[in-house]
Design a protein. Sequence first.
Length: 180
Amino acid sequence: MNPIERVASREVYRNPWMVVREDDVRRLDGSPGIYGVIDKPTYALVIATDGDRYRLVEQYRYPIGLRRWEFPQGTAPGSEDGSEPPAEELAARELREETGLRASSMVQLGMLDVAPGMSSQRGWVWLATGLVEGEHEREHEEQDMRSAWFTGPQIEAMILAGEITDAQSIAAWTLLRLRS
């Protein structure tokens, strides 16, 4: 039995990438409440490696007003029927769009939940190997993005120095290291 039951739901805002809703809920003890939820499509995050180097992208993140290094990642805009592209296809597309890299091998490392206290978004983490360089295919919103190679020790130093603060990238790095 779920400790929180949804009684009613209203859509507050919608765009192609997200829906914000407010749910009237009943808690386990019967008391009423509200819950704000951000629904977003599943994302893919890709750790691309050529052996001892890893590809990161840097871009300006408007909500926090800062440029940040992170692993290539993204979603596909939601469709009218709620369908999403296959996870591996989304991962390959994000890698190609943001870095220009194409991978001959994509291995799923695990799943991450993004802010599960307020968002339904989940994402798959992939390890991409057998890389071939090509031209990136960035979206218009990604025009300020840049991409570079880093070693594992450099990435860990950037995390410790607060240069990489993206929670999904840090969690994905942890998944990779736990498998090593």
